[in-house]
Design a protein around this ligand. Sequence first.
Ligand SMILES: Cc1ncc(COP(=O)(O)O)c(C=O)c1O
Length: 363
Amino acid sequence: MITVPFLDLRVTDDEERAELIAAVEAVLRHGRIMLGPEVAEIERRVADYIGLKYAAGVGSGTDALLLAFRALGIGPGDEVITTPLSFIATANAIRLNGAMPVFADIDDDLQLDPATIESLITPKTRAIVPVHWSGKVCRMEEIMAIADLRGLLVVEDCSQAFGASRHGHKAGTWGKVGCYSMNSMKAFASLGEAGMILTDDPELRAKIEALRYNGLINREFCHYVSHNGRLDTVQAAMMLKRLDRYERVLAAREETARFYDAHLSDVVRVPRREAGCRDVAYTYQIQTDRRDELQSHLTAQGIETKVQHNPLMPHQPAYQDCRSACPNADRLIKRTLCLPVSEKVTSAQREAVVAALRGFFGR
Ligand SMILES: Cc1ncc(COP(=O)(O)O)c(C=O)c1O
């Protein structure tokens, strides 16, 4: 039986492993271990790739969000409207700054639904945080129109959508700031924990640079209360190698996603493709009324799948005091399932996924 893991974080390509080891060795030799030249280089390369002026490397995607909100002065008394469907770090970063998340609803593509935002806006609302869930950019034209009209900041959580674009604009370039997780499970993956904050605003960049290292200006004066959230140089060195390979990673993921599109759309709802949009296959979400039964069937066939992210953020025990209105998310979280789509999935493995899934539906 062919087994299909959801993810395999081993570095199995000998050429890649040699490149990564050489990159680490170079850091060990030059010895500029903290904020070494590789950090500046990956920041410049990522900023160029996304098409923004500045990128600041930080310790994780959680740090990216936390420091971006802090840099924008979002804090006690403020409300931030976001999606109910994200990894809990999105809400935690808002809350850790003393602000309150308010959860709007999602559309049938699982993205923050612009139509559900306006009714939640109050005089306390400061920002909207779209999460480009599972590699698809939200309906940003509509979200930006609301934000502009109501004078709200937009902070994009691009953790799952590095390189995705909508009508020529990449994830992270729509709002004031784009925040990225580059942990090992992401499509653009470090070998551990990493994140980045991107912006075109030089003042914001300077503030983020201070905030990511205990609020210190020139290593001496502490202007802001903050923590150590710097990106590690060894990690940056390996990320440079991973960036060189990134388009190949996306192409491999896309091949599996297209295969699923072609062979599954008559039995389950597959992700909707929109003209002029480049989705990156971070996860591949299908929707079906028989989700739980299907997941058990696939598990029995050696195919690992995931339900992301249940419970929804507003239903987490720590978030019971937040406003939310998300009936569609409540409905969809019972129907969605993520199939393995990483770049390591082989053609035999994707065929096994399709055969098992079609078999379940008697097709
Ligand atoms: C949408 C989203 N936001 C934030 C995060 C937090 O990133 P990290 O795990 O790097 O702190 C993640 C990933 O785990 C994520 O998927």
